[in-house]
Design a protein around this ligand. Structure first.
Ligand code: MG
Length: 442
C-alpha cells in the first residue's frame, strides 16, 4: 500500500500578467502544465491538458491509460488550436506522476512532454528524473553540447516537444518505486530557471509540509526575479516500499556516474551538483516515436533496475494460507479413508479392510482383521459382493457382518461341517484387534 501527501503552489511571477501554468493534485494523479501561446492560448492549453489528462487517467488508471490520456490531451489541445483562430499555435508542457497498482506492487508512473521537470529527493539527494525536450538539452543528450554550453545556449528555451503543437506526440514514461520517505517535485521552468538546484534541495530537506515547501520554492523564484510563471507540486511518499531500492549514492554529488547506468535524466541532466544516479527508476518506454523532429533523441538509454525480490508479508501470508488449505484437504481425505471399512476376500478368507475398495487417491486399503472365516462358510450368493467389497460404517460393524454371514449360513438345514467349529469363536471377534480369529475349537 502506498500513501501519498501533496501540496502545491503556483504564481504568475513578477513579469507576466497571466499565469499560464496549471497544477493538478488529486488522490493518485499529480501534474504541472506550462502553457504557451499568444493571448489566452497558453492558459487554455494548460487547463485543457490537465482536464483531459485527469479524465483519461480516471477512466483507465494504468500506465497505458496515463500515456493514452497524455496523447488524448495533445489531440484535444491541437484540435482546439486548429478550430479557433485566437488559440492557434497554443501548446503546453506536461509532467505528471500517477500512482498505479502493478503486479509487483505500487508504482509511481511519470510522464513528460516538454521542459517542465520531475525530480526525486531520495536519501538527501535530488535527482532529475525527466529529460527536458528542449533543443539545448537534446543536443547535450546526443553529446554535441556540454552542460555548461547548454546553460547559455540561445535555443535553450526552444522546445522540441510540447502538447498541442502537432496532431501526435511522443511521451516519455518512467516507473518509479515509491520508497517511503521519498519526495517528488514536479515544477515548471519558472522555478528551475530561477532557483539553483542546491537551494531547491535544501528547501525539500528542511520544510516537511509539502504545501509549505511548494510555497517556499515559488517565493524563492520570485525573489530571484520571477521572470516566468512558477508552479511546484511536492509529493511525499508517507507509506511506501521500505527502501526496497536503496542503492549506493555517490558521496561526491558532482561525481560522474555512467550515463548509461542512470535514468533518462542522466544523459541530459541540466543540473550540476546533482547526482545523476537515480535509484529504482525503471525506464519502461520511450513509446513509439511519431515523426521525430531532427533534434529528437534517436535512442534513449534503457535501463531496467528492480529491487531484489523480497518475500513480503503478503506473500508469506498467502503461502501459509495455501499450505494450510492443502493440509486441511489432505486431512479431510485421510480421515474419510481411515473411517472407511469393508469386508472383502483375500486368499479365500474373509478379511476386514480399512480404506476404500480399490483404493482412493493413491491410498491403498489395508487389512486390519483376518477373520479366519473361509469363503466356503458363507452363502455362495453373497460371495460376489464380498469379492467387490461390502462397506460397513465401522470396524466392529464389519466384524458383526461377518459373524452374521456365518451364523445365517449355519442356521440353514444341513449346514456345512465348518459350522460346528466356528460359530462360537467368530461371532465375537475382538473389534480392535488386527489379529487372526482362528475359528478352531479348543
Ligand atoms: Mg514557463
Amino acid at each position: 500500500m502506498t500513501v501519498l501527501r501533496s501540496g502545491s503552489a503556483s504564481d504568475v511571477g513578477r513579469v507576466r500578467t497571466i499565469n499560464e501554468d496549471r497544477a493538478l493534485e488529486s488522490l493518485t494523479l499529480f501534474a504541472v502544465a506550462d502553457g504557451m501561446g499568444g493571448h489566452a492560448g497558453g492558459e487554455v492549453a494548460a487547463a485543457l491538458a490537465v482536464q483531459v489528462l485527469q479524465a483519461g487517467f480516471n477512466r483507465t488508471p494504468t500506465t497505458d491509460g496515463l500515456v493514452a490520456a497524455v496523447k488524448e490531451a495533445n489531440q484535444v489541445v491541437w484540435e482546439a488550436g486548429v478550430e479557433d483562430q485566437a488559440l492557434r499555435g497554443m501548446g503546453t508542457t506536461v509532467v505528471a506522476a500517477a500512482l498505479v497498482a502493478m503486479g509487483e506492487g505500487d508504482r509511481l508512473v511519470l510522464v513528460n512532454v516538454g521542459d517542465s521537470r520531475a525530480y526525486r529527493f531520495h536519501a538527501g539527494t535530488l535527482a532529475q528524473l525527466s529529460l527536458d525536450h528542449s533543443v539545448a538539452e537534446e543536443l547535450v543528450a546526443r553529446g554535441e553540447l556540454s552542460e555548461a554550453e547548454a546553460a547559455v545556449h540561445p535555443k535553450r528555451h526552444i522546445l522540441t516537444r510540447a502538447l498541442g503543437v502537432a496532431p501526435t506526440v511522443e511521451v516519455d514514461v518512467w516507473d518509479v518505486v515509491p520508497v517511503e520517505g521519498d519526495r517528488f517535485l514536479l515544477c515548471s521552468d519558472g522555478l528551475t530557471n530561477e532557483v539553483p538546484t542546491d537551494l531547491i534541495t535544501s528547501v525539500l530537506a528542511t520544510i516537511a509540509d509539502p504545501k509549505a515547501a511548494a510555497r517556499k520554492l515559488v517565493n524563492l523564484a520570485n525573489e530571484s526575479g520571477g521572470n516566468d510563471n512558477i508552479t511546484a507540486v511536492v509529493l511525499d511518499v508517507l507509506v511506501g516500499e521500505p527502501g526496497a531500492v536503496e542503492e549506493a549514492v555517490p558521496d561526491d554529488l558532482t561525481g560522474a556516474v555512467d550515463a548509461s547506468d542512470a535514468g533518462p535524466a542522466a544523459a541530459g541532466n541540466g543540473v550540476t551538483g546533482v547526482s545523476t544516479a537515480v535509484p529504482g527508476v525503471i525506464v519502461s518506454t520511450p513509446d513509439t516515436a511519431v515523426t521525430p523532429s531532427p533534434t529528437t533523441i534517436a535512442e534513449k538509454p534503457r535501463r531496467v533496475r528492480r529491487g531484489p525480490r523480497r518475500i513480503t508479508f503478503r506473500v508469506l501470508f498467502f503461502l501459509v494460507l495455501l499450505g494450510g488449505l492443502a493440509y486441511g484437504a489432505w486431512w479431510v481425505i485421510r480421515t474419510y479413508v481411515d473411517d472407511s471399512y469393508y469386508v472383502g476376500v483375500k486368499n479365500q478368507e474373509l478379511v476386514i479392510y480399512q480404506g476404500r475398495p480399490g483404493g482412493f487417491l493413491g491410498m491403498e486399503p489395508q487389512i486390519v482383521t483376518h477373520t479366519g472365516v473361509n469363503e466356503s462358510q458363507v452363502d455362495p450368493n453373497v460371495l460376489g459382493s464380498l469379492r467387490a467389497g461390502v462397506q460397513e460404517p465401522t470396524r466392529s460393524a464389519a466384524n458383526r457382518y461377518v459373524s452374521q454371514l456365518v451364523a445365517s449360513r449355519c442356521s440353514i438345514v444341513n449346514p456345512p461341517a465348518s459350522c460346528a467349529t466356528t460359530t462360537t469363536t467368530t461371532t465375537t471377534p475382538s473389534p480392535g484387534a488386527a489379529t487372526t480369529v482362528t475359528g478352531k475349537a479348543p
